[in-house]
Ligand binder design. Structure first.
Ligand SMILES: C[S@@+](CC[C@H](N)C(=O)[O-])C[C@H]1O[C@@H](n2cnc3c(N)ncnc32)[C@H](O)[C@@H]1O
Length: 298
């Protein structure tokens, strides 16, 4: 299909609108749901512009050099099913422009439910709040919270040093480096002996057994960011069991999870002494996060 884009393009100059229409049809035929949006994002990227500008210049012919860049992107999206964010190197989260690479999970809209939950239940303190983001990936959650709470001190951890490098770069680009500390390690091993007012995490929670049925795009994301052993709750359970030892009295713990995991994880939290449990739903009314107050503060 990309070859036909090449052949037609050689006959006469394609306009922006023609390229968008052709590519949208091509992506749709490949089963890509967000076909038009993906075509727009990739063409804007190839032209070094933004999506709005495309709409203002629909009739503009596209230069061969630009078409060649676009063709390469269309091939990688359509044939290899590489997610758009890895092709453009960018994704917006909480209205923050973030750089993303295949070393990090592409931040998801449902994770904004988790950020909202934390902001709604943030403990009140005289001193600046300390917030821990476990498994920070691109830094999405830590940076959104740092932006929303200019007085807070953030610690962002990950088991992947490559992910931490991306998160650090994002913090620098957003001018937040002074308030976000980065630490490498397996869950709480990265912050041994420390306590926080808030612990937030979007850990890997997909069961490995689900891998074969997942969208092909997910194969491009780091497996360590997606999958957890067993039914997918292994890391959620570890965090629930260990978090109280790293929370200040009455501190807040908030976790993203799959809707079907909410019952098991809230049970683990109760067993670990957490109180004031709450489930947080997305716009489709599915539970996407749970939060609770640690022992000693209710
Ligand atoms: C689902 S991704 C979330 C990334 C980011 N917080 C977000 O919401 O977009 C999970 C992250 O946890 C990290 N991770 C996986 N296992 C970990 C562990 N045992 N300790 C710390 N981080 C871990 C992964 O490297 C990945 O960056």
């Amino acid at each position: 299909m990309t070859a036909s884009l090449q052949a037609s393009a050689d006959r006469r100059p394609w306009t922006i609108l023609e390229l968008l229409r052709w590519t949208t049809g091509h992506f749709a035929a490949k089963g890509i749901e967000s076909a038009r949006l993906d075509a727009e994002l990739l063409l804007a990227h190839a032209l070094g512009t933004d999506r709005l500008r495309l709409y203002l210049e629909f009739e503009k012919p596209v230069l061969e050099e630009e078409r060649a860049r676009f063709r390469a992107l269309v091939r990688r999206r359509g044939e290899e099913r590489v997610p758009v964010a890895y092709l453009t190197g960018a994704r917006e989260f909480w209205s923050l422009p973030l750089a993303v690479t295949p070393d990090v999970l592409i931040p998801r809209p449902e994770t904004e439910t988790l950020v909202e939950a934390v902001l709604a239940r943030m403990p009140r303190r005289e001193s600046p709040l300390s917030i821990l983001d476990l498994g920070t990936g691109s830094g999405a959650i830590a940076l959104a919270l740092a932006k929303e709470r200019p007085e807070a001190q953030l610690t962002a951890t990950d088991v992947s040093d490559a992910a931490l490098a991306v998160a650090r770069k994002n913090a620098a680009a957003l001018g937040l480096l002074e308030r976000v500390r980065f630490a490498s390690g397996d869950l709480f091993a990265a912050v041994r002996g420390e306590r926080f007012d808030v612990i937030v995490s979007n850990p890997p929670y997909v069961a490995e057994s689900e891998a074969p049925g997942l969208a092909p795009e997910l194969r491009h994301e780091p497996a360590a960011a997606l999958f957890a052993p067993g039914d997918g709750t292994a890391l959620l359970r570890r965090i629930a069991a260990e978090a109280a030892g790293h929370l200040a009295p009455g501190g807040l713990l908030a976790l993203e999870l799959a809707p079907a995991q909410a019952g098991d994880v809230t049970q683990c939290l109760r067993e670990a002494g957490f109180a004031a449990l709450a489930c947080h739903r997305d716009l489709a009314a599915r539970t996407r996060a749970v939060s609770a107050l640690g022992p000693g503060g209710t």
